[in-house]
Design a protein around this ligand. Sequence first.
Ligand code: FMN
Length: 414
Amino acid sequence: MTALSIVPTRPTDTSSPAVSPVPASAPIPRLWGRYLNLDDFEAAARRRLPHAIYGYASGGAADGGAIRSNRDVFGRWHFVTRILRDVASRTPARTLFGHRYDVPFGIAPMGASAVAAFDADLRMARAARAANLPFVLSANSITPMEAVTAVNPDIWFAAYLPPDPAHIEGMLARVAAAGVRVLVVTADVPAGSNREAERRNGYTMPIRLTPRLIADGITHPHWLLGTAARTVARQGVPVISNIQPRGGPGLFSRQVSFIGGDGAFTWDHVRQIRRSWQGTLVLKGILSPADARLARQHGVDGIVVSNHGGRQLDGAASPMDVLGAIRDESGDMAVLVDSGFRRGGDILKALALGADFVLIGRPFLYAAALAGEPGLRHAAALLRREIDLDMAQLGLASLEEIGPDCLLERATMQ
Ligand SMILES: Cc1cc2nc3c(=O)[nH]c(=O)nc-3n(C[C@H](O)[C@H](O)[C@H](O)COP(=O)(O)O)c2cc1C
């Protein structure tokens, strides 16, 4: 009898498959070696941007404790892998608000993005469309929302609304006419916050051209020519063009000293918005299960569990710490989460705890500042690749299979 020899028909080492099941948005070769993960964008942005601008983007409230705990919190959970499941053709796609996205994450709203990155609003919108992920345009942006929906009809809009019913109706009419279907109301800015880093670095709104700020700009020529001068040459002094039903204040105008929420904006106004707004309504900035319950009672379609990236209240709970309890109160509402997500594994941990989707802020702003639209697409592709590889380790062919059984909480480890 001759011994049977079994010849493998597939490569036995699948740790880094020659053909990755990550097709649409593969990392961009020119950027591949320089930026291997989202934190690499931050390190490069720190060098590239003036101190005042980098401090504005990276900073948080007071001592920055909330920013640190937003990162540390992920160490609370470890993954429990599953083996020998068929994960050869897996997908990180996820459906949210009736749209099938290629990935379970999107770009969070960031005001004044154009101060850090040339044409940030349009570039983020285009890159998001190319990668089929959501982009949330901030009310504090300089490109009129009508121009942004022209390049990406699927953008969401994040409004800061005052307690004035006529203003609210005017804004809702404008947003609807622009074709936006998902309205995010940011609710965690009842007042400005204590941003000491901004004051230390000379960042002010309205922008004041102090000798120090001018020196900061001159010593960062890439930003000075590539972002500041280019923006002014194209459109003159930028205007915050999406904060009002019509028009808006210029970046040097006194009117922009504080553009955010309003201390007198309450659940009554959410009720008014729900009555008038026919589209999807999302409330952003929830950290309490009681507020999640109220959001549900007010007919909200989705919430963003968020501490605003640690920018509002130092010592605020990290969204990951309250996510499970909030999910329990959320019923049919979609639960999104943000603040401190930097790795594909972070995103999967949130999904395992019951989140439907994750938003990511600063890294996308840095990517736009460093490498424009290709940088944004590269950042999205890196994250998508990390999710893909982690899904394989976890034995997940689709995100519908993810759940708490993928996780072990540190406190329970022997
Ligand atoms: C520069 C900057 C500007 C922001 N502006 C807004 C804004 O206008 N509206 C809003 O809802 N959130 C705003 N945020 C908060 C983000 O939407 C998001 O909650 C936060 O950045 C997520 O944390 P991460 O940056 O650690 O990913 C801003 C964040 C940054 C970094």
